[in-house]
Design a protein around this ligand. Structure first.
Ligand SMILES: NC(=O)c1ccc[n+]([C@@H]2O[C@H](COP(=O)([O-])OP(=O)(O)OC[C@H]3O[C@@H](n4cnc5c(N)ncnc54)[C@H](OP(=O)(O)O)[C@@H]3O)[C@@H](O)[C@H]2O)c1
Length: 272
């Protein structure tokens, strides 16, 4: 895809990977960016920095789990700033917990933002892209959408779902000249992972590296864009020797969280 002179909408653009993607698109010659997230102050800051690069930036402060508001805002945005050529579904949330300690409200937030939010935005934009006869949609999954890891069961479930959703849409929308791409970053240094306990041996990459990999993948028309050598190694190992990867993942589980959980269950057992 050639992004020169095009209009893109990026969700999750206030921080982390979405913000880095917005900047990279601006550097690569996009004409206009529509920036979506909840925090309007952070969006305004990103927009003003992007405008310094000579790119038009429009902020759309939205909570993706508020379906009606998203519907209204996208209809207005398409009318005032469309057509949109490129949709990047990047907004996401992650909660880490040993499964037996997981809490339904956290799981519901993951499902609402990572899946329902992505579905809502994709449906609104894809219908309009079909009418205009072209477009590209990028869904941000994760390495955890290919290789599930202990303590991340519900997050991994949403990211596996995104890979399936993307693959199905790719087939359905290709006849309308719409490309659908999955971006699968590995551990990336953002606010999201600062609240998590990291897996041993995993080296975080920068959001800028993810954004650059996306641009290269779009130029090559790749249907799935894996980022970083660790992702390629994990996916390859999962295909060739899944039993080995499973063992490695068990050894890599955050030790502190596991130990704390073990202490808790031991204490409960002795108090019974
Ligand atoms: N970091 C990693 O290691 C990693 C690895 C693989 C994949 N990913 C994926 O990459 C994407 C971006 O993650 P990140 O690391 O950049 O996370 P982040 O720094 O926490 O940023 C998350 C973004 O999503 C937005 N967001 C969250 N809830 C929202 C809601 N209800 N409505 C609208 N926007 C919402 C946030 O903006 P507001 O808070 O302002 O709403 C923010 O812009 C996610 O889909 C994540 O699963 C991350």
């Amino acid at each position: 895809m050639n992004i020169q002179g095009k209009t893109a909408l990026v969700t999750g653009a206030s921080r982390g990977i979405g913000r880095a993607i917005a900047f990279e698109l601006a550097r690569q010659g996009i004409k206009r960016l529509l920036l979506v997230a909840r925090d309007s102050a952070w969006l305004a800051e990103v927009a003003s920095e992007i405008e310094m690069l000579g790119v038009e930036a429009v902020i759309l402060p939205l909570d993706l789990s508020e379906v009606v508001e998203v519907n209204i805002a996208i209809a207005q945005a398409w009318r005032d700033h469309g057509p949109i050529d490129l949709l990047i579904n990047c907004a996401g949330v992650a909660h880490q917990a040993p499964f037996l300690k997981s809490r339904l409200p956290n799981v519901q937030v993951e499902i609402n933002v990572n899946l329902i939010g992505m579905y809502t935005m994709t449906r609104l934009i894809a219908r309009r892209m079909v009418a205009q006869g072209s477009g590209t949609i990028v869904n941000v999954s994760s390495l955890m959408g290919k290789v599930a890891a202990p303590t991340m069961a519900t997050y991994s479930a949403t990211k596996f779902a995104i890979v399936g959703f993307t693959q199905a849409l790719r087939g359905e929308l290709s006849k309308h000249n719409i490309r659908v791409v999955a971006l699968l970053p590995s551990l990336t240094d953002t606010d999201m992972v600062r609240e998590l306990e990291w897996f041993r041996w995993v080296v975080p990459i920068t959001p800028q590296k993810v954004a650059q990999a996306l641009i290269t993948g779009l130029q090559r028309d790749s249907p799935e864009i894996l980022v970083g050598w660790q992702s390629h190694l994990a996916v390859w190992c999962n295909r060739i020797a899944p039993w080995l990867l499973e063992k490695v993942l068990l050894m890599a589980v955050p030790q502190e969280r596991q130990a704390r959980y073990q202490r808790l269950t031991d204490a409960r057992a002795t108090s019974r």
